[in-house]
Write a protein that binds this ligand. Structure first.
Ligand code: MN
Ligand code: MN
Length: 279
């Protein structure tokens, strides 16, 4: 992994093939390779919807996968993820991480928070991921935003698309002052009042399973591809980092969900080029 090639403002893709903390099905560790394959597939070009040709830009780079994840050891894995993100941010670069399960958001945000002390996080997800612990695991993919808010790593957490909460997580959301837009009240005209520095965390199960079947937890009643693209395209706050998590290729035989993840990646790249010097 060549961190030395990073420059201030570079957008750095980082694969994090980690699914040790998935509570139901493994498989998300196979996602980074699938997202890259979809991104570079000859079936589509590398242009975002605003017309930006990402193949003509030298402002983004792919660092490859973080392989130094340790052996099923959450402490070591998380420390290595945090260290990689810290290194990227220290160069003035901005990471887009490709998961992996959603547990990685905790070490990622820890790695961001030293430089960005007043992060706003936009979490697009069917699930709040605010459990204090899940099946006895405080680092489960059901818990990262509880850890983030406990450690005050973000000043605001805004969740959109939630439709699988329960009394415990509702209490947690109130305790942490989370701004929750459940799927049944959210509308495309909603003003999320996002301000920078902004971190965007996209769990692929925010989509209705009809749009994104390749996830471990099918939760009907979700957002459409157009809904989420509209949210991303409406962001005018400076985005300092992002992740796309929870794609499970084992449940994505036709590759539809991987293609959607690649589309989100193109839109995130275009969004993060905005307002910076482009090639
Ligand atoms: Mn999640
Ligand atoms: Mn989820």
């Amino acid at each position: 992994m060549n961190f030395d090639a990073l420059e201030s403002g570079t957008i750095a893709l980082l694969g994090i093939p980690f699914d040790d903390h998935s509570s139901f099905l493994k498989g998300a560790s196979k996602a980074p390779a699938r997202i890259r394959a979809a991104l570079h597939s000859e079936s589509a070009n590398l242009c975002a919807e605003n017309g930006m040709d990402l193949s003509a830009s030298n402002r983004w780079t792919d660092l490859g996968d973080l392989n130094d994840l340790g052996e099923m050891n959450s402490t070591e894995s998380f420390l290595n993820i945090e260290a990689a993100i810290k290194r990227i941010v220290a160069e003035g670069a901005r990471p887009i991480s490709l998961g992996g399960d959603h547990s990685i958001a905790y070490p990622i945000v820890r790695g961001m928070a030293e430089t960005h002390s007043n992060l706003t996080i936009l979490q697009l997800d069917a699930h709040p991921d605010l459990y204090d612990e899940f099946d006895g695991n405080r680092f489960s993919h059901a818990c990262p935003f509880a850890r983030i808010m406990e450690e005050r790593l973000a000043s605001r957490l805004i969740q959109v698309g939630i439709r699988a909460t329960n009394p415990h997580q509702k209490e947690q959301a109130e305790r942490f002052g989370v701004e929750v837009f459940t799927a049944n009240v959210w509308s495309p005209t909603e003003d999320l009042a996002l301000e920078g520095p902004l971190y965007v965390s996209i769990d692929m199960d925010v989509f209705d399973p009809a749009f994104a079947p390749g996830v471990s937890h099918h939760e009907p009643g979700g957002l459409s591809s157009r809904d989420v693209l509209g949210i991303l395209q409406s962001i005018d706050a400076p985005v300092v980092g992002a992740d796309i998590v929870e794609l499970n290729p084992d449940r994505d035989p036709a590759g539809i969900t991987a293609m959607l993840a690649a589309k989100l990646l193109k839109e995130l790249l275009a969004l993060m080029h905005d307002g910076t010097d482009t090639a």
